[in-house]
Design a protein around this ligand. Structure first.
Ligand SMILES: Cc1ncc(COP(=O)(O)O)c(C=O)c1O
Length: 447
C-alpha cells in the first residue's frame, strides 16, 4: 500500500527510499520482539502490535509534515468506512471524543427530533466511564440497566422496565468485543422511536447476525488507543450511515463550523460558493469557513496518527483472527475451573472480535478476586478490572442525577469479582500456555 502524496523530485524520492531502508534497519535493531522468558517477561493484557510498516508510515507522514488532519486522515476515514460497510467514518482524537461527538450530534438543533435537556438515555451500569460522561455533559439523564453475567452486556430484558415518557435513546457498549443481543434492542428502539448509539470501542470487527457491530445504530464509535484492536496512539472514530448526522458530527468535531472542505478543495470551497453564505442580519455575504452552526469542539485526529492507522487497518483481519485464537485457547484451558470461575458467554448470533478475556470469581469460590489477581500479577500475568464496574459506585458518579432499573446486582458483582486477562495478537502460544500454567498453579494451591 502506498501512502505517498503529491509529486516529489527524484532527489526527494531517493532520500525517502534511504530513510525507509534505515527505518527498517532501525526497527529490526530496536523494536523486534525479545524472546519470551516464562515468569520474567510480562504477559501484558494488551499492547501495540506493529512492525516496520507502521514506523515507515509514521516517518513518511513526518517528512510530509502536514501535522493536522489532511490527506491521510481523509484516506483513513474512507478506508475504515468501507471496511465497516458504512457511508461515513469520522476520525477523532479518542474513543471518548467519539462518544462525546455522537451524543452531542443527537442534541443538535438541526435535527428534526433532537435530544433535549432532561431526556433519558438507557445505558448499562457496567462499562467505561466515557460512555456515560457525554450523557451527563449534555444534560441528559442516564437510566442505568443491569448487565448479563458472562456477556457483561446490557440485559435486553431490562429495556422495557427502563422506559419512561422521556426515553429517547439507548447508548450501549459491546463489552470487551462481545456483541450485544442487537435483535431485541433494535426491535425495542423501533417500537419506541429511539436513537441507538453503539459504543464499539472494544469491538472492531465483531459480528452479530453476520453484520458488523457499529452498523445497527444511528451512530457508533471506535477507539484506537493502544489496547484496542488497531491503534493510532490516541484516536477514535464516529461511524454512521446517515449523511445529515455525519455533517453535524463533523461540525461538532471541527469547532462547530459548517464548512466541510477537504485538504484538496478548491479556493471556492467544497460547497462551490464559499464566499456567498448568509448570516441573518448581515447585508454582506460571509465566508463559509467561518460560519458556525453548532456549539463545537476541536477533536480532530492528526495525519501522523492516520498514517499509522492506515497501516494498522490492513492488518485488522489478522489481528482479529489472532485474538480469536488466543480467546479459544484460554476458554478451553480454563474450563476445568468453571466451578469457581464464570467464563465468558456470547450470543449464538455473535461472532465476537475479542478485546480481552473476562472472568468473574464466583461468590461461592473459596478465594477472592484479589487473591487470584495478586497471584497472577506476582507471576507477571497482567490483569485489568472490568473498567468502572458499576459506574454509580464510582466517586465521580455517585451524585449524578440518574435512574436505575432495580438494584443492579450483577453490576455490583462485576465491581467486586470480575477482571480480565489479555488475548491481543502480541500473545503467542507460549505466552498463553504460560498464563494457563499460572492458573493451574493457583488452583493447585487454592482448592
Ligand atoms: C467501551 C469503551 N468506550 C470508550 C472508551 C474510551 O476510548 P479512549 O481511551 O480512546 O478515549 C474505552 C476505552 O478503553 C472503552 O473501552
Amino acid at each position: 500500500m502506498s501512502q505517498d502524496i503529491g509529486h516529489r523530485t527524484w532527489d526527494e524520492q531517493t532520500l525517502r527510499r534511504r530513510i525507509r531502508e534505515l527505518v527498517v534497519e532501525y526497527y529490526r535493531q530496536a523494536h523486534s520482539s525479545r524472546p519470551f522468558v516464562p515468569g520474567q517477561t510480562r504477559v501484558n493484557y494488551a499492547g501495540r502490535v506493529y512492525d516496520e510498516r507502521e514506523l515507515i508510515a509514521a516517518v513518511d507522514a513526518c517528512l510530509d509534515f502536514w501535522l493536522t488532519a489532511g490527506p491521510r486522515t481523509e484516506a483513513f476515514e474512507q478506508r475504515l468506512a468501507k471496511y465497516i460497510g458504512l457511508r461515513h467514518a469520522l476520525m477523532v482524537n479518542s474513543g471518548s471524543s467519539a462518544n462525546l461527538v455522537a451524543i452531542t450530534a443527537l442534541c443538535s438543533r438541526r435535527l428534526e427530533r433532537p435530544l433535549e435537556a432532561g431526556d433519558e438515555v438507557i445505558t448499562p451500569a457496567v462499562g467505561f466511564p466515557t460512555t456515560v460522561a457525554p450523557i451527563i455533559q449534555n444534560n441528559l439523564l442516564p437510566v442505568f440497566v443491569d448487565c448479563v453475567l458472562g456477556t457483561y452486556n446490557l440485559d435486553p430484558e431490562q429495556l422495557e422496565p427502563a422506559l419512561s415518557e422521556r426515553t429517547r435513546a439507548v447508548f450501549l457498549a459491546h463489552t470487551l468485543g462481545n456483541p450485544v443481543e442487537m435483535e431485541p434492542v433494535m426491535a425495542f428502539a423501533r417500537e419506541h422511536d429511539l436513537y441507538v448509539i453503539e459504543d464499539a470501542c472494544d469491538a472492531l470487527g465483531s459480528l452479530y447476525d453476520g453484520r458488523m457491530v457499529g452498523t445497527f445504530g444511528h451512530l457508533a464509535t471506535l477507539s484506537f488507543y493502544p489496547a484496542h484492536h488497531i491503534t493510532t496512539g490516541e484516536g477514535g472514530a464516529v461511524l454512521t450511515n446517515d449523511s445529515h448526522l455525519a455533517r453535524i458530527a463533523q461540525s461538532i468535531r471541527d469547532w462547530g463550523r459548517d464548512c466541510y472542505c477537504r485538504h484538496d478543495s478548491p479556493p471556492e470551497g467544497a460547497c462551490g460558493r464559499r464566499f456567498e453564505w448568509e448570516i441573518p442580519g448581515l447585508d454582506e455575504p460571509y465566508d463559509h469557513r467561518y460560519l458556525f452552526v453548532e456549539i463545537g469542539y476541536n477533536l480532530k485526529m492528526t495525519d501522523l496518527q492516520a498514517a499509522i492507522g492506515l497501516a494498522q487497518l490492513e492488518k485488522t483481519p489478522d489481528f482479529i483472527a489472532a485474538r480469536q485464537r488466543n480467546f479459544e485457547r484460554l476458554h478451553e484451558g480454563l474450563k476445568p475451573y468453571k466451578e469457581f470461575l464464570l467464563l465468558p458467554t456470547w450470543s449464538e448470533q455473535a461472532a465476537p472480535s475479542w478485546f480481552a478475556f473476562p472472568i468473574t470469581v464466583r461468590p461461592e469460590a473459596p478465594f477472592s478476586r484479589r487473591e487470584l489477581i495478586t497471584f497472577l500479577e506476582a507471576r507477571n500475568v497482567e490483569t485489568r478490572l472490568l473498567f468502572a464496574g458499576n459506574i454509580i459506585r464510582q466517586p465521580g458518579y455517585r451524585h449524578i442525577p440518574h435512574r436505575t432499573v432495580g438494584d443492579l446486582p450483577n453490576s455490583d458483582l462485576v465491581l467486586r469479582s470480575t477482571f480480565f486477562v489479555g488475548v491481543y495478537p502480541g500473545l503467542d502460544q507460549a505466552r498463553i500456555a504460560y498464563v494457563l500454567e499460572v492458573f493451574a498453579d493457583f488452583f493447585k494451591r487454592a482448592t
